[in-house]
Structure formats: C-alpha cells, structure tokens
Design a protein around this ligand. Sequence first.
Ligand code: FAD
Length: 409
Amino acid sequence: MSETVVIAGAGQAAAQAIISLRQGGYAGDILLFGEEPYLPYQRPPLSKKFLAGEMELERLYLRPESYYEEHQVKVRTRTRIESIDPKGRTVRVDGRNIGYDHLVLATGSHVRRVPIPGQQFPEVHYLRTIDDVRGIQGGFVKGRRLVIIGGGYIGLEVAAVAVTAGLEVAVVEIADRVMARAVAPPISRFYREVHEAAGVDFHLETGVMEINRAEDGVRVRCTTGRQLPADLVVVGVGISPTTALAEDAGLKCSTGIIVDEFCRTSDPRIYAAGDCTNHPNSLLGRRLRLESVHNAQEQGKTAALSILGKPEAYAQIPWFWSDQYDLKLQMVGLAEDYTAMILRGDPASRAFAAFYFVGERLIAVHAINSGREFMLSKKLIAQGAHLDPHKVADTSIAFKDIAAEARSA
Ligand SMILES: Cc1cc2nc3c(=O)[nH]c(=O)nc-3n(C[C@H](O)[C@H](O)[C@H](O)COP(=O)(O)OP(=O)(O)OC[C@H]3O[C@@H](n4cnc5c(N)ncnc54)[C@H](O)[C@@H]3O)c2cc1C
C-alpha cells in the first residue's frame, strides 16, 4: 500500500515541502489541508505590491492549480486540521480521521492582537492574509486618515504604500525608534527621515490606550494623551507561532514547535517547518525561531528530505528583506550582541550598508540598495569570515576586493 504524507497548513513551507517531495521522487499520496480559501501563496507582497494594487492575485500563488493536479497532490482549502492522534497516526478533519505515515506541521504564525478597548471596530485591521489586505484596501482612498500601530517593517511597508497612495499616515510606536528590534539606530533614523519626507507623522515612545468611536471614524487615544483621528487603523505589533495543534498532541513546544536540525519533532513521524518552529542553527550555535520566506523554504526542503530518507541537516544563515518606496533593505545574519557597527556609504545617497562585527568577525549586514554587498556578505557570514572594519568603511576600496582578502575563522 502506498504511503501518505499529510501537511497541515497551506503556506510557504508547505508548498516547498510538496515541491521537494515530488522532486525527490516521493511517489506516495500527499494531502494538503489549509484553513484559508487559497492555494499556498507568498505573503511578502501583501504589505507591498499587492497592497498597492500593483499585483494580481494569481501572481501570489507559489504554484498554479495545475501543478497540484499534475503532481497528484490533493489540496483541501478552507479546511482546518482540528487535532492529531500521534499514536493512531491520524488527523481529525471535518469529523473524520485521516491516516498518515508522515505528518508535516506547516502552521505558520498568527498576528498578535493589541489588548485594548475598541480593537473590535471594523476600522481596525491586522495584516497576515489576502483577506486582511482586501479589508484594508477598501479604506485605501486618497485623503483618508490612517493610523498604524507598530513601527516595525510591516507597519512601515504599509505606511510607504499608503502615503504614496495619498492617505494621511501616522505611525505610533512604543520604542524610541522604528524597526528597533531589527536594525541599528542609524538605519532606524534613515528610514524615519525618508518616511517623514514622504509625509508620515511619527509618534515614538508612545503606546495606545484605546480606540474610541467618533462621528467621523475613530480616535486612537495614546499614552501621551494625544487623540489621533482615523478612518482606518492597521495594527502590526508582531506575531506568535501557531502551535496549538502540536501542543494538544503532546509535542514538545517552547516559543515554537521544537524540532531538531532535520525538522523532526518529538514524535518520529511528525515534522514541522517554517514560522511555527523553534529550531537549532549550528552556524549560529543556538536555537531560534524565524519569520522569513527563506527559513520556510529551507525547512520545507529539510522536512521533505527527512521523509525521503535522505536527511540533510538544516544549516542556514538567516536572511530577510523589506521594500519601502524605492529602497530595498536586505538583511543577512543576526545583528545581536555586536561589538561594532560600521557604515559603508552615505545614507544621503540612498545606497549604503551597515556591517555588524564581533571583533573582526562579520556577523550581520543590512544593505540598502546595495545588492552586491548583500550577496557577498551572505557567503562571508556563512564562512565566519574576518574583515578589516577600517577597509569596510572605505568606499574607495571595492567591496569585492575586501571580500577577497577576508580570512576565514
Ligand atoms: C505582510 C507580510 C509581509 C512579509 N514580508 C516578508 C518579507 O519581505 N520577507 C520575508 O522573508 N518574509 C516576509 N514575511 C514573512 C513570511 O511571509 C513568513 O515567514 C512565511 O509566510 C512563513 O511561511 P509558513 O509556511 O511557515 O507559514 P504561513 O505562510 O503563515 O502559512 C501557514 C498556513 O497554515 C494555516 N494553518 C494553521 N493552522 C492550521 C490548521 N490546523 N489546519 C489547516 N491550516 C492551518 C494558516 O492559516 C496559514 O495559511 C511577511 C509576512 C507578512 C504577513
């Protein structure tokens, strides 16, 4: 009898697991269950081109419907896996038990809600799914007032699209700078200035107390006492991994579903991949949870290889990007506990990069409109390369020459 792989969640990691299983010659049944009404799709455009109305829905899909038919993948959208019975190796769907030989949990993450009065008003939106974008787009009308709660990369991407579309935009952020969790202060400053020049109004070191109904929309009451009038509110204050299914099945979880470097959970027949995992990274020497396309793709691949009986340990340097206006920010490595940060290039030129070091070892790079620096740095960081920080700061020396001189640890 043929084997069956069941996949819970139809997102980026699920699509990659399917592609890698079929590419690797998996001939058994594949059943994909996703609670959203869509085929697996890419989320990054949701706060960028798709929100701006510059991208068709079909272009979000990671594979067209015909791909699943041709590769004999049964896709059930609008269908939630309710529970798992690890002993019986079944999942519960629509009141029926469905058997599996291998189960992949690709349940992603869900938005964190702000626990404030008024957050239930129809003017208040979160941004995670296609349907969320459709709800927001209805209010994206020139001259309307948008308040964004959260000055992280999603909030700022929405701000860029909205102000370009002619909305009046205010951003409320509890930290003293934007994208504070991700980037160094000079990059926060640069982005804040770019947004301000475009017309975005920032309220930093400011929390939100409540949202009140007004005759013309709502008022967002801040901890500073300010009342910000709004026709539309978008909240982007972070996400949490979707682990309830795994937890209820007794799988080990701790800020994510615990997996090993082969994406195996604490049950030998169950794998997990993508945003929902807490995974080890041998290159960084620690466990972490990531919210990125690259991680979802690589873990989808890793889970598939494990199922195929050709396990390959996941060992990847994290990378991520954010598009705001004409600026492409590309981030590689984790900019944590660094001993020095060196800027290469002049922010005024809108093409520069921040290099983060521990001693002379390069650990992370944030490159703005600097694709070459980003690409070379990806390799250097993975090699544990040591660079001369003084040379990195000197733009008269080509970066490829600095990279060629790098010493590996
Ligand atoms: C607006 C936005 C912009 C982003 N921009 C970037 C970017 O620029 N660069 C970048 O690298 N990353 C970006 N990301 C993050 C990236 O999209 C995610 O890291 C990636 O989608 C994670 O993939 P995943 O497969 O783990 O989870 P998801 O894509 O979240 O998919 C999980 C799916 O599982 C479903 N599900 C959950 N539980 C069940 C269940 N029990 N039964 C059935 N279905 C279930 C969920 O509804 C969801 O559809 C962005 C994310 C968002 C929301």
